[in-house]
Design a protein around this ligand. Structure first.
Ligand SMILES: Cc1cc2nc3c(=O)[nH]c(=O)nc-3n(C[C@H](O)[C@H](O)[C@H](O)COP(=O)(O)O)c2cc1C
Length: 162
């Protein structure tokens, strides 16, 4: 059975870009081995992450995540059974919500800033899906077609080669 869990958390003081890259690389390496997929949005302060995988594994990972000292105020926003993965081709995609995404924040919340804590599960899920499109628009090649045997691969918001 597949589960999609979505949570928000706040980066611990001192989590800089280098630390964030370590988190992302660790997530991508682990997830590829354990058949997790998902998307991580981070604006230098707040994380919003969707995790897809088997129920047992998602629960176990969430148990580790809430004890990770690199973030705090870990708040589960959504947890539901899904028939198919939204991010089947992403071991852990990365989107960087920015002030330019104002329209997107207004579309799904009462504020024009990235603040997932106050949003419904449905709204954060849709916002993450829209943010995925932003990542691709920023220069990532489009994810391989669903039928492709290509394994889930890392994704960055910067154009390849940078
Ligand atoms: C914001 C954030 C997101 C994370 N995402 C993942 C993830 O998707 N997969 C993962 O295995 N670990 C993730 N981690 C790291 C876990 O908290 C934990 O350190 C890691 O799973 C332990 O790996 P190990 O079981 O190989 O020791 C994340 C940590 C943070 C702070």
């Amino acid at each position: 059975m597949l589960i999609r869990l979505i949570y928000a958390s706040t980066a611990q003081d001192g989590v800089d870009l280098a630390e964030f890259k370590r988190i992302l690389l660790q997530a991508q390496a682990n997830n590829q081995q354990r058949d997790f997929t998902g998307m991580l949005a981070f604006n230098s302060k707040i994380f919003l992450q969707a995790l897809e995988g088997s129920r047992d594994q998602v629960n176990a990972l969430y148990g580790k995540l809430i004890r990770d000292p690199r973030h705090h105020t870990v708040t589960m926003l959504g947890y539901r059974e899904i028939g198919e993965r939204q991010w089947a081709d992403w071991s852990m995609g990365f989107a960087a919500p920015k002030a330019e995404n104002r329209t997107l924040f207004l579309k799904y919340s009462q504020q024009s800033i990235f603040n997932p804590y106050g949003m419904t599960a449905e709204a954060v899920e849709k916002m993450l899906i829209d943010l995925t499109q932003t990542v691709i628009a920023l220069g990532e090649p489009a994810p391989a077609a669903a039928a492709s045997p290509t394994p889930a691969r890392p994704a960055f918001s910067t154009p390849p080669g940078k």
